[in-house]
Write a protein that binds this ligand. Structure first.
Ligand code: NAP
Length: 277
């Protein structure tokens, strides 16, 4: 699979598996573990989770799914803003490690900006990195001004990724944040890359999908992945969805497709505050 090289030299595959809404209902647990395992069997090597998802239960599901191949998988997790103090982030990470049944998280993110100063969070992340509990760290839901501020605090330039909302129906980051991150070598992780579903019903997408094997989700994901330095983490529990999303890796959109998609899902004409799910 194509990959993105982080500032610290490690490589990250461009397609991963999301886990938001997993772990919320016990009756779905087996299906959720099975969906993640299927993704891994099909070749996916990155899973995105957070202490917030299912209040820790999603991390436990990830632990079950990667149990027999932990070393092959790049695990991303996130700390709640209210836990992101100098001491709080370290304690939260240790709880996540226990639930994930692992000794390190590959990429640890601040879920969104809260009231703890960025400098404190960075200090905690750097301590966790020094102690081998995380391999790298980043942020989520930070707009260009916040990222610039982050880069100004001690150690802040070690941020390797910003995880933000990005899909055909929400293209705001193309105005400022995406070019800024590409220049600064901060990987953009596109969350909700399928727009949680509704964008997949747009007729323009269907027309292009018909040209590329028939799968609208694969086209929507391939469109996100057309940008250098960008990866996508769709969530799917339905096994047919997991399989369909893999097809994104085979879709090569041409100039005509991109023009048609621009007409159906216009790019931003001005700056606007970062959208969030
Ligand atoms: P998404 O991946 O855009 O959409 C997920 C929804 O789309 C689910 O209902 C899923 O259904 C459906 N789906 C998946 N594949 C499909 C396909 N091939 N055809 C039709 N429908 C399909 O939305 P998301 O879960 O919000 O975002 C993805 C991940 O990003 C999350 O799980 C989470 O890890 C991360 N995230 C991060 C933040 C943040 O603040 N950092 C915010 C939101 C999300 P089934 O499950 O039934 O298959």
């Amino acid at each position: 699979m194509r990959s993105v090289t982080l500032k610290n030299g490690s490589t990250v595959p461009v397609l991963g598996l999301g886990t938001w809404r997993m772990g919320e209902r016990g009756s779905e647990r087996a299906a959720e573990v099975a969906a993640l395992k299927l993704g891994l069997e099909l070749g996916i090597r990155l899973i995105d989770t957070a202490e917030m998802y299912g209040e820790g239960k999603a991390e436990e599901i990830v632990a079950d799914a990667v149990a027999d191949r932990r070393d092959e998988i790049f695990i991303v997790s996130k700390v709640y803003p209210h836990n992101a103090s100098r001491k709080g982030a370290i304690a939260a990470c240790e709880r996540s490690l226990k639930r994930l049944k692992t000794d390190r998280i590959d990429l640890y993110l601040l879920h969104w900006r809260g009231s703890h100063p960025l400098a404190e969070t960075v200090e905690a992340f750097e301590t966790l990195k020094r102690d081998g509990k995380i391999k790298s760290w980043g942020v989520s839901n930070l707009d260009a001004d916040d990222v610039r501020e982050l880069e100004g605090v001690p150690g802040g330039k070690n941020c390797v990724s910003d995880q933000v909302l990005y899909h055909l129906g929400s293209r705001g980051i193309e105005w400022q944040l995406l070019p800024y991150c590409q220049k600064a070598k901060i990987m953009v992780m596109a969350y909700s890359p399928l727009g949680q579903g509704p964008i997949l019903r747009k007729p323009a997408l269907k027309t292009i999908a018909d040209k590329h094997g028939g799968d609208v989700a694969a086209v929507a994901l391939a469109w996100v992945l057309r940008q250098p330095g960008v990866i996508a983490i769709p969530k799917a529990t339905n096994p047919a969805h997991v399989r369909a999303n893999m097809k994104a890796l085979d879709v090569k959109l041409d100039a005509e497709d991109l023009k048609a998609l621009d007409a159906a899902f216009p790019p931003p004409q001005r700056g606007s505050p970062l959208a969030m799910t």
